[in-house]
Write a new protein. Structure first.
Length: 695
């Protein structure tokens, strides 16, 4: 007992807090069903008919004041409920007309009587004509047009979804919006497509309602005549006068709200998204140009001077339009004077405005500048496909290397050639290229001997020989063995190559801290007291940056942090910690360069050269210029041999020598990977394809 009372109180409190809205839908459905089943008194019918008219007017006014279609996203559902409400009222009123129509014109309520007598003058012939005209207007014009617009709108909304999604992703990648705003805009795009799809279906209900109105009127007239003549013994003329007027009044009471709601549907689907509602748009765009009004006044005035025309009416409108044009012209002059800056006020000139900290621009970490000819490729309003490719590259970069690169800020630069682009990291140029518009790039992978007709060039990412060709020659070039790509693919490939090459420069302290925050969400105990309890953020950042510089993925953060935590108490040198971390990541490093279980083909060091380098390292002396040049020449030959047999460019050296040789050879051979013998998995067979220092 106590429990039931407690639940009752809780439910009442819940409803008091505003949750009573959830009962509106079920109550309306029960109301509609009850009107179809239960006989209603005439007074109740008057209330419901009045409510139906008021509801339709509310819907129309709300539609007029919406600024975006999603401001009235519930309209398709409201349209369905309003249609069902009208149909249920038709059923209820038809029942009353047939049961009590013989008692008089007020048998079905005062509302139906008023519409049957006052609006059509008590003449049922006029009533039938007016009713049919209303149905034709509703069915053939408003509803059909709104349905067609909704259908086309749904199709265009669905077709435009990929482009809108790419535009949102481009804004997100360019840093123009945040993740939350991007999610909200994606949801809005989906809701807009759902709205037009729902409107396309909901408009069919209104068309069906118009057809049902005609059928209900015909059935009610026939049924009323049969009931009046056969059951109540009325004369045919009296039965016609009574039942037809009641039926016409009933039909008009239903069709006028239907016409209003159909108009609201047309307003919703025909409006264009703007900051103004439809009334403001119409007034500002129809009556905003005084020249249009004065020309219209001239035409109306000339028509008013023709003999036989209603001169007074035409000349009255001429005067009204002329006065309105004069008033608008006066208002525009006042606005122009108010917005014009006085020439003698020197304090507002840019030369006298004091500089502030807002004039200091922070350099973008990753930026791209494009000539004006490439703007369509990077403009979200024009569905630039390059933006989607850059987004995919950032995502792939994060999945491969283990951290998210900064967002790419893209801007146009009129000083560049129309189809030229440049890439920057922290303001420094790292690469550039140029395309030829409406051409495809045919890249020679090295085994093509036949030259195709086109403009010779060099592929910017890897420096391969290439040719700009027409699209018509694309298939022929592919048959010859060329790799054919479009311009956006070429730029994206170049961008990806530079991103990988300068990856370590993209990992700053901020990215390191964000990476730690991300790990803290997944494994909070692992990073607890790690910074600064075990190592400083600077040391940790330096270790990660060196791993990235040596092409080692930092995805396995668990192993990296655990290794640092284990050895940092006894070893605080970042470079020594780096070597220890690399050994811990040995299995991952081996699989990265030598996937599978087969023997690995690497470049090795001659034992004599190795001994000499160890001695130089112990004496902390630099390599002799002649020896350094000799090593570089032999590494170059070894890399060519590795490339010829399809083996990765990996040099395997003594663990002690690895840091020195990696730093020494990295500048001359960015593609070379220097591994320690302790970093190779024990279960892998090693084959030396060539030796450095064998001579």
């Amino acid at each position: 007992m106590f429990k039931s009372k407690l639940l009752t109180l809780l439910s009442i409190n819940t409803l008091k807090k505003g949750h009573y809205q959830i009962l509106a839908g079920p109550m309306l459905i029960l109301l509609i069903l009850s009107m179809m089943v239960l006989p209603l008194p005439a007074f109740i019918l008057d209330l419901f008919f009045t409510f139906n008219i008021a509801l339709s007017i509310i819907i129309l006014i709300v539609a007029l004041f919406t600024k975006r279609v999603l401001d009235f996203a519930a309209f398709p559902t409201v349209l369905l409920f309003a249609t069902l409400l009208r149909l249920s009222l038709n059923v209820a009123s038809t029942r009353v007309v047939l049961l009590k129509g013989h008692t008089g014109s007020d048998a079905a309520g005062r509302v139906i009587e008023a519409f049957g007598h006052f609006l059509v003058g008590g003449n049922f012939a006029i009533g039938i004509v007016v009713f049919i005209i209303l149905v034709i207007i509703n069915f053939m014009v408003i509803t059909k047009g709104a349905g067609r617009i909704a259908e086309v709108g749904a199709r265009f909304a669905l077709d435009g979804m990929p482009g809108k999604q790419m535009a949102i992703d481009a804004d997100l990648n360019a840093g123009l919006i945040g993740e939350d705003e991007a999610k909200a805009r994606r949801a809005e795009v989906t809701q807009e497509a759902d709205f037009y799809g729902s409107m396309d279906g909901a408009s069919k209900f209104v068309r069906g309602d118009a057809i049902a109105g005609l059928l209900i009127m015909a059935i009610t007239i026939i049924g009323g005549l049969l009931v009046g003549v056969v059951q109540h013994g009325m004369a045919l003329s009296d039965a016609s006068q009574t039942y037809v007027l009641l039926t016409i009044g009933d039909g008009l009471v239903a069709q006028i709200p239907s016409l209003i709601i159909s108009t609201a549907a047309g307003v919703i689907v025909t409006r264009v998204t703007s900051q103004d509602n439809i009334s403001e748009q119409m007034l500002s765009q129809l009556f905003n140009n005084p020249q249009v009004l004065i020309l219209t006044a001239v035409v109306i005035g000339l028509l008013g001077l023709i003999p036989g025309m209603p001169n007074l009416v035409f000349l009255t409108f001429t005067a009204i339009l002329a006065l309105l044009s004069w008033w608008l012209t006066k208002q525009k002059k006042i606005e122009e004077k108010s917005t014009t800056k006085p020439a003698n006020i020197q304090a507002t000139t840019p030369a006298n405005i004091e500089a502030t900290w807002s004039d200091v621009n922070i350099e973008d970490i990753l930026a791209m500048e494009v000539g004006y000819g490439l703007i369509p490729m990077v403009d979200q309003t024009q569905n630039g496909e390059l933006l989607g490719r850059i987004r995919s590259l950032r995502k792939k970069f994060a999945q491969t290397l283990g951290f998210l690169p900064p967002q790419v800020h893209i801007r146009d630069n009129l000083s560049l050639a129309p189809y030229q682009y440049k890439l920057f990291i922290k303001g420094g140029e790292i690469g550039k290229g140029e395309i030829i518009n409406n051409k495809w790039l045919a890249i020679n992978p090295g085994n093509v001997t036949e030259v195709i007709e086109g403009i010779p060039t060099t592929e910017p990412a890897f420096g391969l020989p290439a040719i700009w060709i027409d699209e018509s020659d694309k298939e022929h070039a592919q048959i010859l063995g060329y790799t054919v790509v479009d311009t956006s693919t070429m730029i994206a490939t170049h961008f990806n190559h530079l991103l990988q090459q300068f990856a370590s420069d993209l990992l700053g302290r901020l990215e390191t801290q964000e990476l730690l925050d991300r790990i803290k969400q997944e494994i909070p105990k692992l990073v607890e007291d790690f910074i600064p309890g075990v190592v400083t953020l600077t040391t940790f950042h330096k270790i990660l940056q060196n791993l990235i510089a040596e092409k080692v993925s930092i995805r396995d953060m668990r192993t990296i942090i655990e290794t640092i935590c284990e050895h940092a108490p006894v070893q605080n040198d970042p470079y020594q910690l780096l070597s220890i971390v690399r050994i811990a990541l040995g299995r991952v490093i081996t699989q990265q360069w030598f996937p599978g279980t087969e023997a690995i083909n690497v470049i090795g060091l001659n034992s004599n050269l190795e001994r000499l380098l160890l001695q130089a390292l112990q004496n902390t002396s630099n390599l002799e210029p002649g020896l350094a040049e000799h090593i570089i020449q032999q590494v170059k030959q070894a890399l060519n041999q590795q490339d010829a047999i399809g083996a990765p460019p990996v040099l395997l050296v003594n663990h002690t020598l690895r840091p020195m040789l990696s730093q020494f050879l990295r500048h001359a051979f960015p593609q070379l990977v220097v591994l320690s013998n302790l970093e190779i998995s024990d279960n892998r067979e090693i084959k030396m394809t060539s030796q450095i220092g064998a001579d």
